[in-house]
Design a protein around this ligand. Structure first.
Ligand code: ADP
Length: 561
């Protein structure tokens, strides 16, 4: 803008300088030319006072004037009697305007090109007696004089131009300065309000300034609304446990939240622009993405990172064209495992119940069919039926117990003394421990926790009974109660048979036993540790174990105090 103003001012100044120069030259030329004519007339009139002889007049004027003068004497019939510039002139001069004017009114003037003088010439004719004496001078000389002055005019014009350029530079800068300042002060994203006092002197700019400020306010509000909405959406998606991915029609990721990466590909950088295939190469998932082009929404499962995931894909259409899709990924691992566990549990329950029942039915059939006649055998099979029925009852009791604990989300807790319970458990297991020749002892602090006494008793009982059961003659079992920070620690340690490493992670599963026959022999149901784990969880506690196969096992339960 400044450049254009600068150019415009320079052009105007140049034009003005040229026009003024020409006007000045024309006025000067006119003044000079008039002066030159007047000088000739007054010199001629003065000389005519002393003589009318043309030769003498020529001599006088040649000496007194600093330019060439031509004297011509013409008779009334137009003949040239004398001419100082030519020896003989034959053509008739009566038609010359200055001559005819002099003959009629005493004097005459004219200006035209002269063939004789080869120049533009000014004539002054005076009637002297019968003849006319004509004085002439070249005016071309004046013109030449002006031509000679042109370089000076150009130099002066150039100087004026330089000054004009400098001035227009400053002028354009000073015109543009307030506009520039206004633009700077109108920082659309800035927080300061515009100070109008600066622009009061430029009243043309003020409406524009106010309009821009108004628009700036609207833009700011619009941007802040947009960013607030964006923040809300980012906050929602960032805190979603579900994965969320937005893809375009080329399957390039537009947006992805952290949960999606955590569930499917934890090392994937959550940034836009990457293709979905870089995010997940699972064929089931990619197949779903592909299907979403044909259906408005698709859902299906796939697995990644050891998880069972479900993807819900909804196509986004804009003006009948597919413009992308939203993918929601939900972690269904727990549901899947629970379902698996439920299936396993049903299978296990039926197996656990069917086995003793088949045995009972077999023996009962034998006795009922009269196949066993010996009273000793009858006693023996009767005991087997009793044992199997007892085991059946134990399994059923444990299943009922387990589902009771599972369903109990909260229990009214009272202050329960752990050492007292451990002593009670030891007391009731003393006989069994003695029979197996296992030494059972209880140590520790007199520590109370908020808990359900019945459940805590059952938990310590199951752990201690296992420690006695899965022991060896002369083995030892130690139940200890201690405190670690804000936790009560119950440890049940034995130096019994131990649990092989590969079984350690599974022994809390329902019906899981390391040695099935040993467990059954000792009347185990395979549900004891499951019950223990659920009781610990019900009390917001944890259970862990350390075991060396052949050396012994330590179970540790931590409960909040
Ligand atoms: P069970 O009724 O068979 O004892 P549990 O759930 O109580 O069932 O225990 C599961 C399995 O864990 C047992 O069958 C046994 O193999 C193993 N186990 C539990 N406690 C001990 C222990 N103290 N020492 C060795 N093995 C143990």
């Amino acid at each position: 803008m400044q450049n254009r103003i600068y150019k415009a001012i320079s052009a105007v100044v140049m034009t003005v300088v040229v026009i003024l120069g020409l006007i000045f030259m024309m006025i000067s030329y006119n003044l000079y030319s008039r002066e030159a004519k007047n000088t000739l007339i007054s010199a001629a009139n003065t000389a005519l006072l002393s003589t009318t002889d043309p030769k003498e007049l020529y001599d006088i004027l040649s000496q007194s004037l600093d330019y060439d003068v031509r004297i011509t004497q013409i008779t009334p019939d137009g003949k040239v009697l004398y001419d100082s510039a030519a020896d003989s002139i034959t053509d008739n001069h009566s038609d010359r305007p200055e001559i005819s004017e002099a003959f009629s009114s005493g004097s005459g003037t004219a200006e035209r090109y002269s063939e004789t003088m080869s120049s533009r010439t000014y004539y002054y004719a005076v009637r002297c007696g019968d003849d006319v004496i004509r004085f002439s001078r070249r005016t071309g000389g004046i013109f030449t004089l002006f031509v000679g002055a042109i370089p000076f005019f150009l130099a002066a014009g150039g100087l004026v131009m330089v000054i004009a350029v400098l001035v227009s530079d400053k002028l354009s800068e000073s015109i543009v300065k307030p506009v520039r300042k206004m633009i700077q002060s109108m920082d659309v994203f800035g927080t300061d309000e515009t100070d109008y006092s600066e622009f009061e002197q430029y009243e043309e700019l003020e409406p524009m300034c106010r309009l821009i400020t108004k628009m700036r306010g609207e833009i700011k509000e619009y941007i802040s609304n947009l960013s607030a909405e964006k923040n809300t959406i980012s906050l929602i998606t960032a805190n979603m446990t579900e994965g969320m991915i937005l893809i375009d029609r080329n399957d390039d990721i537009i947006s992805i939240n952290r949960s999606a990466a955590d569930l499917v590909n934890p090392i994937f950088p959550c940034e836009s622009g990457r293709n979905i295939i870089e995010f997940c190469r699972n064929s089931d998932f990619l197949e779903l993405v592909d299907q979403s082009r044909k259906a408005a929404s698709v859902t299906g499962t796939f697995s990644a990172e050891g998880r069972f995931l479900r993807a819900f894909i909804s196509r986004i259409d804009s003006s009948d064209k597919i413009s992308g899709a939203v993918i929601i990924i939900v972690d269904e691992t727990e549901i899947h495992l629970a379902e698996e566990m439920r299936r396993d549990f049903s299978a296990n329950v039926s197996h656990e119940l069917k086995t003793p029942l088949t045995t009972v039915r077999g023996f009962a059939e034998m006795i009922g069919g009269g196949m066993i006649t010996d009273p000793e055998d009858t006693k023996k099979y009767g005991k087997r039926i009793y044992d199997e029925a007892t085991r059946l009852l134990n399994v059923i009791n444990d299943i009922i117990r387990l589902s009771e604990i599972e369903e109990k989300k909260a229990e009214i807790f009272t202050s329960v003394n752990l050492l007292e319970i451990a002593d009670d458990v030891a007391e009731s297991l003393k006989e069994k421990a003695d029979s197996l020749n296992v030494q059972l002892s209880v140590t520790g602090e007199d520590l109370s926790v908020p808990a359900s006494r019945g459940y805590i008793y059952e938990m310590i009982y199951n752990l201690t009974e296992n420690a006695v059961k899965y022991n060896r003659p002369d083995g030892k079992v130690l139940v200890d109660i201690s405190r670690a920070g804000d936790k009560a620690v119950i440890t049940v340690a034995d130096n019994g048979i131990g649990i092989p490493k590969e079984h350690q992670s599974r022994i809390f599963e329902r019906f899981y036993r390391v040695d099935k026959s040993h467990s059954k022999q000792t009347g185990g149901t395979g549900l004891g540790l499951s019950i223990v784990k659920h009781i610990a969880a019900l009390h917001q506690g944890t259970i862990s174990l350390e075991s060396d196969y052949g050396k012994g096992t330590v179970f540790t339960v931590m409960l909040p105090v």
